[in-house]
Unconditional design. Structure first.
Length: 174
């Protein structure tokens, strides 16, 4: 973290630009990254783990991520979800970790008959909350993997999907 703290905004921009750009919006991402390093330095004593230290509520962790520039509901929830799911960071609860209803997750919810074909992102999120109120985000990665790997826009691979026996789309052959 000390090396990051010593970088100026221009150096961050250069590092994100060369040898190849790390993002299609290098200037904006450089600003967000630089600001994030400064926030971690100022608010968390240069220790990012303090964002989730002490078993806070999931709402508090999601809120803390919201405080970073460029972070909206999807990214804030995804970050908390990754901490809980992949790194086993304990929170007081998991109620506020939502599913990230991207194109893959939405497609799976529709094909499983959980939501209407024209369901909004919010409708998918609230359906996940209704299905698993204790930790709605728990369904995020499995649904994303199904949507990405088998439940494609075209050339569905229902025979490979582990939800095929429960999926109305796979059963009906549509």
């Amino acid at each position: 973290m000390q090396a990051l703290n010593s970088l100026c905004r221009a150096e961050v921009n250069r590092l994100m630009s060369e040898p190849e750009p790390l993002h299609r919006f290098v200037d904006q991402m450089s600003d967000y990254f630089y600001s994030a390093v400064q926030r971690i330095k100022k608010d968390y004593a240069s220790d990012a783990a303090r964002i989730w230290k002490g078993k806070p509520s999931s709402a508090e962790v999601v809120y803390r991520f919201f405080e970073f520039g460029g972070v909206g509901p999807k990214i804030a929830s995804m970050a908390a979800n990754i901490l809980a799911r992949d790194f086993k960071i304990p929170f007081a609860d998991y109620f506020s970790i939502d599913i990230s209803a991207d194109v893959h997750v939405r497609k799976v919810f529709v094909r499983l008959g959980l939501c209407a074909p024209d369901a909004t992102v919010d409708q998918v999120i609230y359906k996940a909350k209704a299905l698993h109120p204790e930790f709605p985000g728990m369904m995020d990665l499995p649904c994303w993997e199904i949507g990405r790997n088998w439940c494609k826009a075209r050339d569905w691979e229902c025979n490979c999907c582990y939800m095929r026996d429960l999926c109305p789309t796979a059963i009906g052959g549509n």
